[in-house]
Write a protein that binds this ligand. Sequence first.
Ligand code: VAH
Length: 313
Amino acid sequence: IVLVLGASGQIGTELTQRLRLLYGNDNVIASDIREANAEVMASGPFEIIDATDKETILATIKKYNVNQVYLLAAMLSATAEKMPQKAWDLNMNSLLAVLDLAKDKHIEKVYWPSSIAVFGPTTPKENTPQKTIMEPSTVYGISKVSGEFWCNYYYEKYGVDVRSLRYPGIISWKTKPGGGTTDYAVDIYFKALKEEKYECFLSENTRLPMMYMSDAVEATIKLMQADSKDVKIRNGYNLAAIDFTPKEIALEIKKHIPEFEITYKPDFRQQIADSWPQTIDDSQARKDWNWKHKFDLKAMTEDIIFNLQKIKN
Ligand code: VAH
């Protein structure tokens, strides 16, 4: 039985639906501090849970006989810069609560997402290696790099089977952007269809590592289903698919919406984006558990525009 903490968020929403397809609706308990979208609320059990509240998580584990927890609750990079202490408390106390429950044998397997945000301005920006300098300059990145070391510590010291992926920017169309710096690439599709224009908060040549949601969900499940002995990295696996700039994604959208116009008005998020790598080397994940991505920018854009147009009509 799986418990998803943060099931109302961008990744949690789609991961919950994919897990319910895999394990059966009633075997995946969705939870968050606020209700999820209609699809998640209608397709299986839902509990209101604050992911930092260890007692409530334990009570839910016992109520449903949960043995795996996916912890997707977090405050993302841009929002975290506005409320550093709250971001640290949420991102760290939720992880430590779940790791402690796993240490006390209440949970058999834990998934916790890391991020390319663990890398900072001193990290090599091209083909960033699995093991390299990690001096994050954002609150979100500080919480993710700390979380990675905690995951590795609980694995080494207590044998907790916790697994983690350093997600790049994740692009999806089912939920609205949630305070991430890479979320310009989510918002741009909604705005292109609604207004045929988009004012981008990053400059036109800002290259960032990105991935379509369905690739990110598949990678997560593939890692969690891998044999424990094949999971050689216990802080966080580099994970990569595509990379693009606002200019490149705008050109791809124009192939479908020729009148689409993009303008640029960089704000505080430009500094966050400039501290991150441009491309990631994820050869270790491809070697250890046979990861490979499916969607390139062209295929992702086709899929998103097709689905958003379907909803609109
Ligand atoms: C953010 N989408 O923008 C997240 C992600 C790499 C970026 O961690 O904060």
